[in-house]
Write a protein of this length. Structure first.
Lengths: 160, 288
């Protein structure tokens, strides 16, 4: 079906046997341990993040917010500027007192674990969008279990 | 002998039952939640450090191809007749069309809390309690079409715009590229508002509920959606036979993308397989 540029059939996918990558329990942990070497190597790569200071919303301050949006209490505070040269910025955000983890895109926009397939100009807009994405009565987990172990070397902001 | 992945709207009653039954069985055994966890773990954003494999990267397509193969393999260990069907959202565009029927994935979430209450994945069945989630919700949620601010599914012309691009992907190999098939299909736009959500990303948003978040795999429609995305990759390959996965070589040490994307001949974590080896899956499955 698919051929490479020189007309030779491209290597077929190796037969999928066992359950690689999705093994349960111990096997999966072994797998992750195996990746730690790669993760360690990646950790030394300087993180260069396109930085765009978050714009004030409604003329408010740029380093914190505290508001009620659609009945939800949103709080955010600029937590650290770990490497000033790289301009990396981290925000601690809660919705009704529970942590909302944000990720950053290369264009400087923000996305949350609740709304993972679009991004927003500011942490506040991302937090509001997360509230929009929550079902009525639905709350974030008490402690965000997702991205607990950023084993691929990606620091997801939970482990300063 | 390659097996066939079918359009979900064409499945017979027996095929629907067996697909659903296999899903429920791997959920019961705990295997399904490992897929949910893995997808969460491998979501690395391009504004953060580290290697990106599953999203905002050239390997978005091969990573999900292999992810689907693993799920399909798990299903076929339960029932060797089962394959993952695809949902052609350019054709089945309403909340009552396939796959949102009671004998398949069930329908929309109810208004009060977006809980899916129909079909085999309804919470009340006891068969589909969500364990890995970003919220405290234990039931499957959907908000098809986003009732509060309605949006449409991507159209055939949206898909065509991606398919027409002969280049697979281009520098800087992330979510900001405006050229190349991969991101036109993955769907990271610029700016805000609904125009910025395209194709793959837009479908996640249209389904809503758990499909909007990091734990999107909890909705079995994830697999039907990604099977169609995978099918679109094969269509692109057929249309542009002289073009292949890019980058062919890893970005060098001076590049911002050094060690952050997977080149054609590099291993694609967590598997011992390269994008090159995943480009042609026609000996394993074909699309009908």
């Amino acid at each position: 079906m698919v051929v490479s540029a020189d007309g030779v059939p491209v290597t077929a996918v190796p037969a999928v046997t066992g359950r690689p990558g999705t093994a349960r329990g111990a096997r999966r942990r072994d797998l992750l341990r195996g990746l730690l070497g790669a993760a360690a190597a990646l950790a030394i790569v300087p993180v260069v993040t396109a930085s765009r200071p978050s714009r004030p919303v409604d003329g408010g301050p740029t380093d914190s917010f505290d508001e009620t949006y659609r009945g939800r209490h949103i709080q955010g505070v600029l937590a650290s500027t770990r490497t000033a040269a790289a301009g990396e910025v981290r925000w601690d955000i809660t919705v009704d007192g529970r942590p909302l983890h944000l990720m950053r895109r290369a264009d400087g926009t923000w996305l949350s674990m609740v709304d993972h397939y679009s991004s927003y100009a500011t942490p506040l807009e991302a937090a509001r969008a997360a509230v929009d994405g929550l079902g009525p009565g639905e709350r974030l987990r008490a402690a965000d279990p997702a991205h607990r172990d950023p084993h691929m070397g990606g620091d997801h902001g939970l482990h300063p | 002998m390659a097996y066939t992945r079918k359009d979900v709207s064409t499945l017979t009653g027996a095929e629907r039952r067996r697909f659903v039954k296999a899903l429920l069985e791997i959920k019961r055994k705990g295997e399904y939640d490992e897929f949910v966890r893995m997808h969460i773990d491998y979501y690395v954003s391009d504004g953060d450090g580290g290697l990106r494999t599953a999203h905002m990267a050239p390997s978005f397509l091969p990573w999900h191809r292999r992810f689907l193969l693993d799920l399909e393999q798990a299903l076929r260990r339960v029932d060797s007749s089962v394959t993952v069907p695809y949902w052609d959202w350019t054709r089945d565009r309403t909340a009552t069309a396939a796959p949102w029927t009671k004998d398949l994935l069930g329908g929309n979430g109810r208004r009060s809390d977006h809980q899916v209450t129909t079909g085999p994945f309804a919470y009340a069945t006891g068969d589909w309690t969500i364990k890995e989630n970003v919220t405290d919700g234990e039931f499957l949620t959907r908000d098809l079409g986003r009732a509060a601010a309605p949006i449409d599914l991507p159209t055939g012309s949206d898909v065509d715009r991606a398919l027409q691009d002969p280049v697979y992907d281009t520098e800087p190999w992330d979510s900001t590229v405006t050229r190349g098939f991969r991101n036109k299909l993955e769907g990271w736009g610029t700016g805000s508002g609904s125009a910025a959500w395209r194709n793959h990303n837009r479908v996640h948003r249209w389904v809503g509920g758990v499909m909007l978040g990091g734990a999107s795999v909890n909705d079995p429609v994830f697999w039907l959606h990604h099977a169609f995305v995978d099918l679109l990759w094969t269509r692109w390959q057929s249309r542009h036979r002289e073009h292949r996965y890019l980058p062919a070589e890893p970005p060098g040490p001076t590049s911002r993308q050094y060690r952050r994307v997977v080149a054609r001949q590099e291993k694609l974590p967590p598997w011992d397989v390269t994008p090159d080896q995943l480009e042609d899956a026609s000996r394993i499955y074909r699309y009908a």
